[in-house]
Design a protein around this ligand. Sequence first.
Ligand SMILES: Nc1nc(=O)c2c([nH]1)NC[C@@H]1CN(c3ccc(C(=O)N[C@@H](CCC(=O)O)C(=O)O)cc3)CN21
Ligand SMILES: CC(C)C(=O)C(=O)O
Ligand SMILES: [Mg+2]
Length: 290
Amino acid sequence: MSTFTIDTATSRATPSPVPGKRMTAPSLRARKVDGKTQQPIVALTAYTMRMAQLLDEHCDLLLVGDSLGQVIYGLPSTIPVTLDMMINHGAAVVRGSWHALVAVDMPFGSYEGSSEQAFASCSRVMKETGCAAVKLEGGEAMAPTVRFLTERGIPVIGHVGLTPQAVNTLGGYGARGRGDAEARKILNDASAIAEAGAFCIVVEGVMEELATKVAREVAAPIIGIGASAQCDGQILVTDDMLGVFERTPRFVKRYDNLAEQISNAAKTYADEVRSRTFPSADETYRPKGA
Ligand SMILES: Nc1nc(=O)c2c([nH]1)NC[C@@H]1CN(c3ccc(C(=O)N[C@@H](CCC(=O)O)C(=O)O)cc3)CN21
Ligand SMILES: CC(C)C(=O)C(=O)O
Ligand SMILES: [Mg+2]
C-alpha cells in the first residue's frame, strides 16, 4: 500500500507511488508490438477509493468511467455526468491505487467543442485528480483533438463503436458494425484515433469479425468490451461483473452475485434489530471486568 500526503492547497491527497511502479501510457502501449500482444491488458472501472484498493493489484488499467452516472448516481444515461463528478471520483481512485494506470473518462460536453476546450477540461482533470491519462469517445472527427492533447502531454485512450455519449444520435445501445458501411466507418475511426496518438483504444459493442479486423489493423492495443476475445485487452464495468448492478448488457459476465449477498446481509441485520438480538454483549460498551 502506498503512503499519501494531503495537498493543503487543494485538500486532495496526492499518492506517492513506489517510484517507477505505476503503469504508464507508454508501458501499456508497448504491450502490442508489430501487431502482437503477449500479455492482454486487464482493465476494470473504479469509482471509489476502496474499490480501487481492491482491484489495483489485479489490473493494468483502472478507468474512472462516466458509467458512474448510471451506476453511482442513478441517472438515465451518461449525458448528464459533469466534470466535477469525474474529478471527485477520479481523485478517490488515484488515492486508492499505486500499481494500475488510472484513466478518467471525459464527460459529454467537456471536450467535443474544440481542441482548446478539450485541453482545458483534460488538464483540469489531470491536475485535480493526479490521473495520468484520459479517455474520450469519438472517431475520425475527434482525431485532431487527440493529436492536440497528446502533443501537449496528455495521454489519450480512444473509444469507438458503441459510444454511449452518442446514444441520442445512435438511437440506443444496440451492437454496432453489423453492416459493411458501418463496419468500415468504425475501423476507419479506430485507425484515425490511433494515428493521432491514442495509446489504447476501447472498442465497445461490435461484431467479432469487425473487432478482429480492428485488432489486426490498428497498431495501438485494442481494449474490448462486448467486442469478442480477439482484442488486445478487456474491460468491464466492475459493478456489472460483481453482480451489484443487475440491469446489464449481454456482453457482461457475472463473476459474483454481490447484490444477493448485500441484500441477505441487510435482511439478517434488519431481523436482528427487530428481534433485539443485535447488538449483543460483544458489541456493547460496559465497564472493564463487568
Ligand atoms: N453498468 C453499466 N455497464 C455498462 O457497460 C455501461 C454503463 N453502465 N453505462 C454506460 C454504458 C452504456 N452501455 C450499455 C448500456 C446498455 C446496453 C444494452 O442494454 N444492450 C443490449 C442491447 C440493447 C439494444 O439492442 O438496443 C444488450 O442486450 O446487450 C449496452 C451497453 C455500456 N456502458
Ligand atoms: C465501459 C467503459 C469502457 C466506459 O466507458 C465507462 O465505464 O464509462
Ligand atoms: Mg464511458
